[in-house]
Write a protein that binds this ligand. Structure first.
Ligand code: NAD
Ligand code: DAU
Length: 339
């Protein structure tokens, strides 16, 4: 099979390309990525020479470029990871989120209609459900939870989901959607909580915790997300949404203290900074549908996953030091300078 993976030079798409090229030598993985600030060819370096992998630089919102790729590659399956993914950036500059996350998704769907496809899979997020209160630990997001977004990022992802569902119903396009909780693991861009805290701690820099650090996220090791998507594209029912998460809720402060403890650094590095506007309080996924229907359960407990992740950042300093020594320094100053 020919499988197009968009956004494969990013964090989760990159891990997915590694996973799929290793697991299915008989399939061809064609990675399409625009290489924005978040795309990194170093992430793909370990698989670039594999005979079942190809990389094409293209923008998913560029209709001509995408149609040409579909004509040439005749994909059986498309997995759409490509997105602007950082909530804080969406608050300062929403427009590019609308272009990539909504228009880009519509171009991918149109290409699937025009050229025919066995499955289109949209990689969505639990953020489309909004947030849950901290004082109701009995509540979880199910696939029936209404869409209720908070940030321009989540609004753009929810818009894309609605388009996918419209194409599935109106044009009978065989689509699936997955909505996953927060991922962590290797190749995670250091603007996000866990890699940012690891990089700052290793450099003995302050660790900027938003508000009181009491917000809760439901952390999943990235390979478990890749395994779930692979199951959905092969065995999931077209037209269905699948939540992915591992009942692994932690406050941000717990996560930051775990990172500091593992690195043997002092908690004095923690600095409380101005909160994110509209900051979602708690995300928590009910993954019973994907468990019952497809037999998926997360394989990596947080204690094991965070150790593997920290070890990866220690062993691959060049990967993240190259990032934080470039344009990232301007981003960091703009985002945290006067916070
Ligand atoms: P990322 O920011 O690390 O990577 C995004 C990739 O998409 C980059 O390689 C970038 O170059 C590429 N890209 C951006 N705009 C593009 C365009 N117009 N055309 C082609 N490529 C483009 O993101 P991530 O954290 O790996 O997230 C991947 C997907 O998973 C996103 O759709 C995100 O919404 C979703 N998701 C992420 C998480 C998480 O915790 N990171 C959780 C649930 C869902
Ligand atoms: O839930 C899935 C989502 O998880 C994905 O859809 C997004 O693409 C992904 O970026 C992530 O969104 P979050 O906003 O939850 O992730 P982030 O790493 O930006 O922040 C995690 C929590 O940590 C959040 O409550 C904000 C807080 N935070 C973040 C940063 C970068 C801090 O306290 N300090 C920081 O410097």
């Amino acid at each position: 099979m020919n499988i197009i993976v968009t956004g494969g030079a990013g964090f989760i798409g990159g891990n997915f390309c590694h996973y799929m090229t290793g697991k299915y030598p008989e399939d061809t993985i064609i990675c399409i990525d625009k290489l924005t600030y978040a795309g990194n060819m170093e992430t793909l370096a370990p698989i670039m020479e594999k005979p079942n992998f190809r990389f094409i630089r293209a923008d998913i919102a560029d209709r001509d470029a995408i149609y040409k790729i579909f004509e040439e590659e005749a994909p059986d399956i498309v997995v759409n990871f490509a997105a602007e993914s950082h909530v804080d950036r969406s608050i300062t500059d929403p427009e590019v989120f609308l272009r990539t996350n909504i228009i880009g998704t519509s171009v991918m769907l149109d290409a699937c209609r025009k050229y025919g496809i066995k499955r289109y899979h949209q990689v969505s997020t639990d953020e489309v459900y909004g947030d849950l209160p901290l004082d109701r630990p009995d509540l979880f997001f199910t696939e029936e939870t209404p869409i209720h977004t908070s940030s321009p990022y989540s609004a753009s992802k929810a818009s894309a989901d609605l388009l996918v569902q419209a194409y599935a119903r109106t044009y009978k396009l065989p689509c699936t959607i997955s909505r996953c909780s927060n991922n962590y693991g290797p190749y995670h861009f250091p603007e996000k909580l866990i890699p940012l805290m690891i990089a700052n701690a290793l450099n003995d820099k302050e660790l900027p915790v938003y508000g009181k650090g009491e917000n809760v996220r439901d952390w999943l090791y990235v390979e478990d997300h890749c395994i779930a998507i692979d199951l959905i594209i092969r065995k999931g029912t077209p037209g269905e949404v699948y939540n992915i998460g591992g009942h692994n809720e932690k406050t941000n402060l717990e996560v930051v203290k775990t990172v500091l403890a593992q690195l043997g650094k002092s908690e004095d590095l923690i600095t409380y900074v101005t909160d994110r506007p509209g900051h979602d309080m708690r995300y928590a996924i009910d993954p019973s549908k994907i468990h019952k229907e497809l037999g998926w359960l997360p394989a990596t407990p947080f204690e094991q996953g965070i150790k593997k992740t920290i070890d990866w950042y220690l062993e691959n300093r060049e990967w993240w030091e190259n990032i934080i020594s470039g344009e990232y320094a301007n981003y960091y100053e703009k985002m945290y300078g006067n916070r």
